[in-house]
Design a protein around this ligand. Structure first.
Ligand SMILES: [Zn+2]
Length: 62
């Protein structure tokens, strides 16, 4: 038996200085907070994927 209920998914790595990633990360925190009305693990997984896929220019953006 696995104690999956108490295991949080890996915290997504938001890109430094990216407002979109920061907003997604903040939503992710709420979605993984059991005391939060926005608590929703499957949504948290979606958000983590969205953060990991958010594109960033390697160099300075034009
Ligand atoms: Zn980003």
């Amino acid at each position: 038996m696995f104690l999956t209920d108490d295991v949080l998914p890996d915290e997504p790595r938001a890109a430094t200085g990216c407002a979109v990633c920061r907003a997604l990360k903040s939503q992710w925190r709420q979605a993984t907070d059991k005391g939060n009305p926005a608590y929703d693990m499957s949504h948290a997984v979606d958000l983590a994927i969205e953060i990991s896929r958010h594109p960033h220019a390697k160099k300075r953006q034009a």
